[in-house]
Design a protein around this ligand. Structure first.
Ligand code: PHE
Length: 495
């Protein structure tokens, strides 16, 4: 049975991290966020968010993961023996992300096949909402099961199992080394073709046209920080877990910089492609770019098919390539979402990697069937909002308090700097991870929470409460179950 959790090389580690970061957030979220928050002017808060939060926070998570070389809950337990509960919270939250990410992957798989024949027909809007998802706003839709979605999702779960139940390097390591470079190559092709489309420049000048006056507005700063949190997969114990799989000497500071750069490069490329194509569409249809642009499922499953419908022959190349990119980007991200919980279970209960993965994937696949119902799309929206606006930001604040303050980030500076060939950490880094970051994130967190409470419908509140309850109950169960690893109970406090 597969039992090894060790990267074969630093390259596998970096590529797997990039694979986790580059995902739907880069393709469907970023172009819209950039456009609707000041265009070219957005780069200022965006770069500040990367320098002030993305890179310093990732260095912190890596540093602690590398130092502890254990699962996340075990590390928290050794910081304070009564806090194991907090250690399970994030890995379980990430597993919840996995379950809904699998639905989007499934939809995308269906579109990849449809794109060879433009099988969505003349009306992509009604096709997506009605023909495919049978979408309804009534909770009774939970009883209407849609087999095709279930099949598409199960295909994804089988692929995930196939990769994840092997030894780390044999599965995730190897797959990342192939898929992540492939993803960049395909993206370059898509952008290359898109830029040659007539009208591309209309889209691009709309996109980058800077609106400097927005710089004074708090919202665009919030949007930039929110984008970086999601896009770099911060606050989720993924970086921690990946770093704990590193056995050799690693230059974590330089790794972090490479990962952040690759992630930004990819999302800015995606923006070029998306907006060139929207510019083309705008020219063909006479609709303003502003009326075409949207984000999320609307962009991928409605706007893009609409564009492909008017694109003629190019659509048979761009269409399948585009849905393939989304699939691969989604796949390399979803593979990272099972690692923290799986490693924690192996660590506490003595399961082999392959056994822990198999169980988690079966449970995840079973739970994901809620998204194969006619009300599934709505549930997905609610869970996504809860995770993004509440859980992830909370994770960052929690990690800053526990790692930077209680564990004391000072302890990490020595070994991080001694290996770094680029930047060296100093007082500035401590000021960021101890003060600036938690305070700023706390402000955004309160803003987001307030937003959810103000705008939520009754159904949304019920589902948000249910998700929170499931998260807490699962966390309690993992915490109170007795451990089968003698090392676990012996954990010595390291503070
Ligand atoms: N970073 C991923 C993206 O941009 C999202 C993600 C969230 C990945 C959670 C893993 C875990 O799409």
């Amino acid at each position: 049975m597969a039992d090894k959790n060790e990267w074969g090389s630093n390259l596998s580690f970096i590529l797997a991290m990039i694979g986790s970061a580059v995902g739907l957030g880069n393709i469907w979220r970023y172009p819209y966020v950039l456009y609707s928050n000041g265009g070219g002017a957005f780069y200022i808060p965006y770069i500040v968010a990367i320098l002030l939060m993305g890179i310093p926070f990732l260095i912190l998570e890596y540093g602690v993961g590398y130092d502890f070389k254990s699962s996340f809950p075990k590390a928290i337990r050794s910081i304070h023996s009564n806090w194991e509960f907090l250690g399970w919270l994030l890995p379980v939250a990430v597993f919840i992300i996995m379950i809904y990410y699998s639905a989007i992957l499934g939809w995308d798989g269906i579109y990849m096949i449809l794109s060879f024949s433009k099988g969505w027909g003349a009306n992509p809007d009604t096709f997506f909402a009605n023909t495919l998802l049978h979408s309804t706003d009534s909770v009774s839709g939970l009883l209407t099961f849609i087999p095709i979605i279930a099949v598409a999702m199960l295909v994804g779960w089988v692929i995930i199992w196939f990769v994840s139940h092997r030894d780390l390097e044999e599965g995730l390591g190897k797959v990342s080394k192939v898929l992540v470079p492939a993803l960049f190559v395909i993206m370059v092709i898509i952008v290359g073709v898109s830029l040659t489309l007539p009208g591309a420049s209309i889209g691009l000048s709309e996109l980058f046209n800077p609106n400097w006056s927005l710089l004074g507005h708090f919202e665009i700063w919030m949007a930039a920080f929110g984008q970086i949190v999601f896009s770099l997969s911060l606050g989720m114990s993924i970086a921690f877990t990946y770093a704990s799989y590193t056995k050799d000497d690693a230059d974590l500071i330089t790794n972090t910089i490479s990962i952040a750069l690759a992630n930004s490069l990819f999302e800015n490329f995606a923006a070029l492609g998306v907006f060139s194509i929207l510019g083309y569409m705008s020219m063909q249809s006479g609709t303003a770019v502003a009326d075409l642009v949207t984000q999320g499922t609307g962009l991928v499953f409605v706007v893009y098919p609409t564009v492909f419908n008017v694109l003629g022959q190019w659509a048979y190349i761009l269409g399948p390539l585009f849905f393939l990119t989304v699939y691969l980007a989604g796949l390399t991200s979803i593979l990272s979402t099972v690692e923290p919980l799986s490693f924690s279970i192996q660590n506490k209960f003595g399961y082999s990697r392959s056994k822990a993965m198999t169980i988690l994937i079966i449970v995840g696949a079973a739970l994901s069937m809620i998204y194969a119902t006619a009300y599934g799309g709505n549930v997905l929206g609610f869970v996504d909002t809860f995770i993004n606006q509440i859980a992830l930001l909370f994770g960052i604040i929690l990690e800053c308090i526990i790692f930077a303050w209680i564990f004391k980030a000072e302890k990490l500076i020595g070994f991080l700097n001694s290996r770094s060939k680029t930047i060296k950490l100093g007082k500035w880094w401590l000021v960021i991870v101890k003060f600036i970051l938690p305070v700023f994130i706390a402000i955004i967190w309160i803003g987001g929470l307030n937003d959810v409470i103000q705008t939520a419908t009754f159904d949304q509140l019920v589902f948000t409460a249910l998700t929170a309850a499931i998260l807490l109950i699962a966390t309690v169960i993992f915490t109170v179950l007795p451990s089968k690893n003698p090392d676990w109970d012996k954990t010595e406090e390291r503070v």
